[in-house]
Write a protein that binds this ligand. Sequence first.
Ligand SMILES: [Zn+2]
Length: 288
Amino acid sequence: MSFSENIKLQVKEKAAFRCCRCQNIGIDVHHITPEKDDGLDDISNAAPLCQNCHDQFGDNPSKRKEMVQMRDWWYKKCEIKYSAQDVMLMREMVSKLEEIKHGSQSGINELKQILRNIHNKTTDKVIDKLSRETADATASAIVNSIDAIELSQKPFFYVYYLEEDYSYQTSMKGRNFKNKWFTLEEDGKMTIKKGYVWDGCPPKYKIRDLYIGLQEGCINFETGKSKTYYASLVHDVFYQFSVDIRSLVSRGDVDYEFYLLLKRDKFTFAALYYFNVRLFGWVWWNRN
Ligand SMILES: [Zn+2]
């Protein structure tokens, strides 16, 4: 047996047509406990995953519990983040991707049009170059990186919204700074104000028209947030206001703080991500 079409659609809509692990678009509905192990064809045993994540996690019994937690977390996120209208838009985008896979040229043009409607200016060239081979990756990258969508007139494409003030002890002592969004005190205590929005892991890099995005980490179940959540928050705040704070704090300080937070939150790829921001971060530092 397999899932009914009705269940598949329900799962996809609950996940806004995005993978519950990496948030890319273009997903299938997979069994958490496989059919050969008597896994059921009901919604509790279904997870929305892209092919890549399915290949990595699909048939690994020790990951099943994590998969359920990841899925439920993403469902909750989608409920907060997406309106019915947004889900329709994702659905439309995904159906265009399907058409493209099957060789439709008009599908490519229609997808470009959809992406143009939600794009920010920097993605123009990327959209122009979209082809059958790059359609999935390009659409995912744009959806993952766009700041605001005009169609629904609300900035829902920020990945994260800070729900409460966040305070933590940085390693940066002896600097004083305060603006509308955050304070950094003499003893290194930093407080970021509720309502701050950011894009998750450090800016999706655009190099020669290619988006090289760092994926969000898996969920840290102690905090209920992705393992990169707090590190990306602090990093984003400093980069956002780098023009104002550069005389007090260097880019190296900020990147190092990012690394410490990734370590604190037990993120496996801390060193790799740190390396990445060291390499490419200068593009965003000190820019208005
Ligand atoms: Zn995925």
